[in-house]
Design a protein around this ligand. Structure first.
Ligand SMILES: Cc1ncc(COP(=O)(O)O)c(C=O)c1O
Length: 367
């Protein structure tokens, strides 16, 4: 972690992350494995620190990333846990890098099964892959028929072993019936494969909502992200977004604040400027709408969020001064602003809010 001067940062609580992973684990049968999904730089929490915690504590058995680039970064930094690349690899040439970095690729089409086997034969290597079955998500994956075709093909190719097979739910949080229909479709593929004697390895399907809400989806492994980061009820938030007041003034009624003069003080108002803006992932959608906590007091955003700075009406936070800490996501005193609260204001989802915190914001891991 490089030292930083601009006082805008995200604190990542590793104890909270560990507690969430352990809480998830405590819900599972002892034979069920846990893949901690760390794609998207661990949903904006910092994939390296989060993966290191998972590896050191034994809180996860696997990691899930979206690309070879995300996986190779972890490998280059000492992460030895098995890593599944959840995305569909293309160009097919990237199978070479997956093998080099000891990553487990997803095979989401018959063509990619053929390309993978051909490349491994030419390289004189063996690789383990997981097959992706499309059951209702409509994103990537093979139809049940194509998945069986890929299993048959790979059963005769010694250079590629099927270490797992999986699907993904589209509505685990909202639609039980459809989730269980997807599960049935997936199980039908597993049954057909078993009847033909084809090995499918680890069977997995459940994201956080499915793993918690629909126990029958847990199978051999679950793949939580959201719950691990405490972005769901019942889990501890892991990320706190903070900044500090860098400028403060008192203005007369009618004074315009910020671009477009979109805010005018209605009374004598203390206005603080904080060095965070939409280039940090503090969305412009929070203009005249968002809030921040100053010493446990809710302070509204005053005017339009600009690229690097935001103004707050801190009149109620009596006595606050330049240098005082401001919480944009997290707890201060008895008050809390969660990523979900921010998402609600923006008509977004908590995943977007956390992933949206830009690389410019240093993450500091608290242990
Ligand atoms: C294939 C796959 N599995 C698991 C997850 C984790 O989902 P969640 O964060 O809802 O637990 C994701 C996230 O989008 C995913 O794409």
């Amino acid at each position: 972690m490089k030292p930083f001067l601009r006082p805008t940062w995200a604190e990542i609580s590793l104890p909270a992350l560990r507690a969430n992973l352990e809480r998830l684990r405590s819900r599972l049968a002892s034979r069920t494995k846990l893949m901690f999904v760390v794609k998207g730089d661990a949903y904006g929490h910092g994939a390296l620190a989060c993966s290191r915690l998972a590896q050191k504590s034994g809180a996860a058995d696997w990691l899930g990333v979206s690309s070879v680039e995300e996986g190779s970064l972890l490998r280059d930094n000492g992460i030895r846990l098995p890593i599944l690349v959840l995305g569909s690899l293309y160009p097919f040439e990237s199978f070479r890098a997956a093998a080099f970095y000891n990553l487990v690729p997803t095979v989401a089409s018959l063509e990619s099964a053929r390309r993978l086997a051909g490349m491994m034969r030419r390289m004189g290597r063996r690789i383990s892959c997981h097959l992706k079955v499309e059951t209702g998500m409509g994103r990537i994956g093979m139809s049940p028929g194509a998945a069986l075709g890929a299993l048959e093909f790979l059963s005769s190719r010694p250079e590629v072993s099927v270490g797992g097979i999986y699907t993904h739910f589209s509505c685990a949080e909202t639609n039980r019936q459809f989730t269980l229909l997807q599960l049935d479709r997936f199980k039908a593929v597993l049954a057909a494969a078993a009847a033909r004697g084809w090995k499918t390895g680890l069977r997995h399907a459940a994201n956080s909502a499915a793993a918690l809400g629909h126990p029958s989806t847990r199978l051999d492994m679950v793949r939580p992200g959201l719950a691990a980061y405490g972005l769901m009820d019942g889990f501890q938030p892991v990320l706190t977004l903070k900044t500090k007041i860098v400028f403060i003034k008192t203005v007369k009624p009618g004074t315009p604040i910020g671009y477009g003069a979109a805010y005018r003080a209605r009374r004598r108002t203390r206005v603080a400027t904080v060095p965070i803006g939409y280039a940090d992932g503090f969305s412009r959608g929070l203009s005249n709408k968002g809030e921040a906590l100053v010493a446990g007091t809710r302070c509204p955003v005053a005017g339009v969020v600009s690229m690097d700075m935001t103004m707050l009406d801190v009149t109620r936070a009596r006595g606050c001064r330049v240098g005082d800490e401001v919480v944009l996501i997290g707890r201060s005193g008895a008050e809390e602003i969660s990523a979900r609260d921010v998402a609600r204001k923006l008509g977004a989802i908590p995943y977007e809010v956390a992933c949206g915190i830009s690389a410019r914001v240093p993450r500091t891991a608290l242990s």
